[in-house]
Design a protein around this ligand. Sequence first.
Ligand code: UDX
Length: 455
Amino acid sequence: MAELPKRSDDFRSVLMDVSVVGAGHVGLVTGACFADLGHSVVMMDNDARRIAKLKRGIMPYYEPGLEELVERGVREHRLHFTTSMKDAVAKSTIIFIAVGTPQKASGEADLAYVDTVARAIAEHLDGYRLIVEKSTVPVQTGQWVAHTIKTYLKRKHVFDVASNPEFLREGTAIQDFMKPDRVVIGVQSVRAKRLLIELYKPLGAPIVVTDMNSAELIKHASNSFLSMKISFINAVAQVCERCGADVEQVAAGMGLDPRIGRAFLNAGAGFGGFCFPKDLEAFIKISEQLGYNFELLKAVRNINEEQKRSFAIKIQQALWVVKHKTIGVLGLAFKPNTDDMRYAPAIDVIKYLQEEGATVQAFDPQAHHEATTLLPGVSLCRTAYDAARGADCLAVLTEWNEFKELDFRRIKALMRQPLIVDGRNIYDPQRLKSLGFRYLGVGRGRVGSGHRGPV
Ligand code: UDX
């Protein structure tokens, strides 16, 4: 479990009335954290069932530490839940918009929820408010939000719009909020700037103040850059496999250069989650609409698609034929410490294997609920050992800590063939080989076809 920050009595700041619209991953963490900093927070969502559950302390998703934080906020009367926009507007000075911006079939971000919320805020506005977009949005959305509110205002009121992108990672969202590397605020007025600086001052992080368009771009550019690092190392891994080098050693050697850095250079079965694939696509699209063909990002996306496919093919080649074979899968979530399976590489890999006629049995510590709907043909096991039972191959797709400490003698005895295909490079190849396993990682020595140099 993540270590919770102590109740924040030592933080000194002017306490404010804040509303957060949208109780999703970003909104709920944002609201719960602001409440913990001492502010009075109204969490608004139009999903009545979600709000009713939150009032009873039931979280809509798993995030380490969140339940305790929400419980504390509610108990100490700083965190309130509502389905009423009127309430949310009435009881706040600063309103955060944290609703979803899902991907349209075309790849661009669907901003319908943001538009609806902007219109609803306009309808209830009764005096000055600062409206802050927290959702990840394409550049120029803030300008549209301001225009929309102005258009739908019932009476003339002064308001500000600002952009304050989030950089929360699932699984460590609370620490990311409480101890950010930086806080980015894109503002159009001194009043908005002062309010946001006051709000974030207690966190002690560098505050980057920009115009709205730049703040919006910082978010898309950052996520795309990180995706690019992953695709880069995955492409290097492909070369490693063709020449017998080890990508882990290559990444370690590269990462020591502070201009490069070791973070996000972990090769594997590709990146997933609700941010990287979606933001990458949206950034490609908005660049296109602005008249720029962002070829580099298209390559980042294509390498990622190919990485998932090539991982499935690696399993297939190791087994010669996968039809009627049993594949045990360890990990379904798109990364550890979350139950989130949105765009998880496990989905594509498993679907490929199923299409080839394999039987798939899987274990994930948190994601079974999601897997039931997303992967109906997969039997979900109670433990990692059950996933290994009778399997011809054990494939690792999420690097949960508990998978690092398995009893491999037991695993070997349970499997039909001692083959481990490690899509997150969590095991020591030598150790597994010495225990009698056939081990294939990603970018760790020679596999498959391609150029065969001297051995
Ligand atoms: C990301 C950003 O990190 C965060 O700043 C932003 O606000 C939201 O998007 P998140 O999607 O929660 O956060 O996960 P992250 O830890 O960044 O990982 C994303 C994906 O990349 C995962 O599938 C992960 O397995 C993969 N990954 C990450 C790699 O394959 N290799 C790496 O080196 C790092």
